[in-house]
Design a protein around this ligand. Structure first.
Ligand code: DGJ
Length: 735
């Protein structure tokens, strides 16, 4: 059983049995709405009482007249409500399961019923359509419009809702999810992620049991610190890279989220995703619209590899800013200097940037604040004037010096936050999120500014705008966000329970303004590591910082997990001093994404510097395959002693295989060949090793020719072993 349902009462089933339902309507006025993508169908059906249910979500049928028959072939127990498969389950009427929406009406009544009223489909282009369905309460003047945006080729659906009413007074929304997905299978397997600083994206796989499992965040900002909203659900058995049906999901929202995964009494799985309603009842005025963020999901029947390749091509094409464009390699000074630098030191680093051969120098934290200089993380945050003793000639002089070195210049900011030891805090204590009557509590010695306040939005916009106005050649921004929200309270907000939501809206408003004025400039999304990564934020950012943990061994695992959801072009990987591995290993790992460095270049031994310079040249020749090609995870470090990841250019003429030893026990290595994927079986390829450390020899014969067929069926041995712990191979068509 792949996926479908039965939620219908015996009565409804009888009706269905008696009337032949065809296409989108029938004599019984049952309305069936099939929503198809290239491989799947999500089928909604309004029954004769206008309850709107999802009757099928699974592989698409050849004949779409047959969808309406789906409910008849299930023999599950009755659902007692006619709502167990509701497309947007209300609460307070008949529903007995977790609702998508809970309200208190203007008259204090807490019941909601939602019935189908109408639907329409708008074609955006050949690949994208938007289905909207109007649901109305038969008693109260309250409606929800559900939206399903389908990306046909990528099998992706974005689902959101717009809630409104025309009641006499305000209505309180107690819960307001984006949407529900219903799945039916013999068993369900959840892959979820947890973490903390430097421990992002730790996977956990478990069999889903009856009841509710909730993935959520209540942190406000840096919302993914302990858990991101992305997850996978495999049907029948845990999916592998190439086999199994698996749903990838996530919420396009950069604040508190909530994903309820409920195995219901009929053994169907309901997944309800949306903004977390924690401490956030929303007061909705008559005629005001509450638009939820999009719940994004993708169903693949050929395992996790296909799912992530589809996710990547969707993200590059439709979500990530300049997702199909180019990126800048860079040298960052964070770990090279921390807060300890001055103009002379930076001039030296600008020269290093040129010597290394990367595109840009990125100046990190510590360049600002005078009354309370930013010489550590305890002071100065919020005071965005250049620190006069470190930078007497300001940023302008650095941008100029960068130009003299033929490199670009970028800068770090954290404009949403403030140290209590700052002029900003002294001047505008009312701009800070804190409980006026309670003791302040700090995260990294700082507090969060109140982005619900338009004056604060202007301030944050101005931080960026001033930098660009004064330095039009500024080429890059790293936008950090280190603190969570404690003591949630806004001095300017009328409804305190709107704070978490309006904060995120305020952030998006600022980012909109920035992008309206500076549409192209690359920006990195950073949050004390990977504390804020999602597809709403990535519409404004070209890349994200996955973690401050840059130990390459840790990164192999972490980047592996991120790669399920985010493409290499958006994943910033820097070579640092973290970890015990040699420089080559660190560079090879960082090359599997957007390459950067955070090391003291002028301290590098000659051979190391030579290696880095050559590796950057190699990267420049391969980066388009890594950024725009298809990713195949071909050897899983969680299951064997090596990790191998393969990037294949779309025309299948070039591919890059990265392999690493992850187990130091005696004799471990690539004992068996690695079976390659995604090549053209009929093409002939040569394989050469690249990123060879000066003075060492490759064990790979670059003259040997292999068919794609051989490489995919028999495989290729990268010859990874204790003496060759990381190996980068370029696979090129012989023509
Ligand atoms: C946290 C970031 O993750 C680091 O890369 C660095 O920018 C520091 N903040 C600076 O304070």
């Amino acid at each position: 059983m792949i996926s479908s349902l039965n939620h219908l009462s015996i009565f409804t089933r009888l009706i269905l049995f008696c009337f032949v339902v065809a296409g989108t309507s029938s004599r019984a006025q049952i309305i069936t709405i099939p929503l198809e993508t290239s491989n799947n169908a999500l089928v909604l059906q309004a029954d004769e009482k206008k309850n709107l249910n999802i009757i099928y979500f699974g592989e698409k049928l050849l004949n779409n007249n047959e969808y309406a028959s789906a409910p008849r072939v299930y023999r599950q127990t009755g659902d007692y409500t006619d709502l167990l498969r509701a497309s947007y389950a209300p609460s307070g009427s008949r529903n007995l399961a977790e609702p998508a929406i809970t309200v208190i009406h203007a008259d204090g009544n807490t019941s909601l019923d939602l019935r189908y009223l109408s639907h329409k489909t708008e074609k955006v282009n050949d690949n994208i359509s938007v289905l909207s369905i109007v649901l109305k309460d038969p008693v109260y003047d309250f409606q929800v419009v559900q939206y399903f945006k389908t990306y046909h080729a990528e099998d992706i659906i974005e689902q959101w809702s717009v809630i409104s009413h025309q009641e006499k007074k305000d209505v309180t929304l107690q819960k307001y999810a984006s949407g529900i997905v219903h799945l039916t299978a013999d068993s369900y397997w959840l892959t979820q992620y947890h973490g903390d600083w430097a421990k992002e994206m730790q996977p956990e796989v478990s069999k889903i049991t009856h009841g509710i499992k909730t993935l959520d965040s209540k942190l406000g900002t840096r919302a993914n610190l302990f858990q991101p909203s992305v997850f996978m659900v495999s049907l029948d058995k845990p999916a592998t890279e190439d086999e199994g049906t698996v749903l990838y999901g996530g919420l396009e929202w950069s604040g508190n989220f909530r994903v309820d995964i409920e195995l219901d009494p009929q053994d169907n799985l309901r997944i309800i995703a949306g903004i977390n309603n924690f401490a956030s009842p929303y007061i909705l005025k008559p005629k005001e619209e509450f638009r939820t963020p999009a719940f994004l999901y993708l169903l693949s029947h050929h395992g996790k590899g296909e799912a992530s390749r589809k996710m990547h091509s969707w993200a590059r094409k439709y979500k990530i800013l300049d997702g199909e464009g180019s990126r800048l390699t860079l040298l960052n000074n964070w770990e090279a200097t921390y807060f300890d630098f001055n103009e002379q030191k930076l001039f030296k680093l600008l020269k290093d940037t040129k010597d290394l051969g990367v595109d840009l120098f990125l100046l990190d934290d510590g360049w600002f604040a005078n009354k309370y200089p930013r010489n550590g993380d305890t002071a100065g945050l919020g005071d965005w004037d250049e620190n006069k003793s470190k930078l007497p000639n300001g940023i302008t002089s650095l941008v100029k010096e960068a130009k003299n070195n033929q490199v670009k210049f970028g800068i770090w900011i954290e404009p949403e936050m403030v140290n209590p030891k700052s002029e900003l805090y002294e001047k505008h204590p009312d701009w800070v999120i804190r409980q006026p009557k309670r003791e302040e509590h700090y995260f990294r010695n700082q507090l969060v500014l109140d982005l619900t306040n338009p004056a604060v939005q202007d301030f944050v916009f101005k931080v960026v705008d001033d930098l660009f106005t004064k330095n039009p050649e500024l080429a890059y921004i790293k936008w950090d966000c280190n603190a969570v929200i404690y003591n949630a309270y806004s001095a300017s907000l009328k409804n305190q329970t709107h704070l978490y939501i309006d904060y995120v809206r305020g952030l998006y408003k600022v980012l909109e303004r920035i992008r309206a004025k500076y549409p192209q400039v690359p920006m990195m999304l950073c949050s004390g590591g990977g504390g804020r990564v999602d597809y709403a934020a990535l519409q404004y950012f070209t890349e994200f910082w996955p973690s401050d943990n840059t130990d390459p061994l840790e990164r192999i695992y972490m980047q592996w997990e991120y790669s399920h959801f985010y493409p290499a072009i958006a994943t910033s990987n820097h070579v640092t001093e973290w970890g015990k591995q040699p420089l080559k290993f660190r560079v090879d790992v960082a090359m599997m994404g957007k390459l950067g460095f955070d090391i003291v270049v002028h301290d590098l031994p000659e051979k190391d510097l030579k290696f880095c310079q050559e590796a950057i040249r190699n990267y420049n020749s391969l980066k388009s395959v890594i950024w725009h090609g298809d990713l195949y995870r071909v050897a899983d470090p969680k299951e064997q002693s090596i990790a191998s990841l393969l990037y294949v250019q779309n025309d299948k003429r070039t591919a890059v295989l990265f392999s690493y030893l992850v187990n130091n026990r005696y004799g471990e290595g690539s004992i068996l060949p690695v079976k390659l994927k995604g090549l053209d079986a009929s093409k002939r390829y040569r394989i050469r090793e690249t990123n060879i450390y000066p003075g060492t020899q490759s064990s790979i014969n670059p003259e040997q020719v292999y068919s794609g067929d051989f490489l995919m069926k028999v495989g290729f041995n990268p010859d990874v072993n204790n003496g060759r712990k990381s190996v980068v191979l370029v696979i090129e068509e012989v023509r």
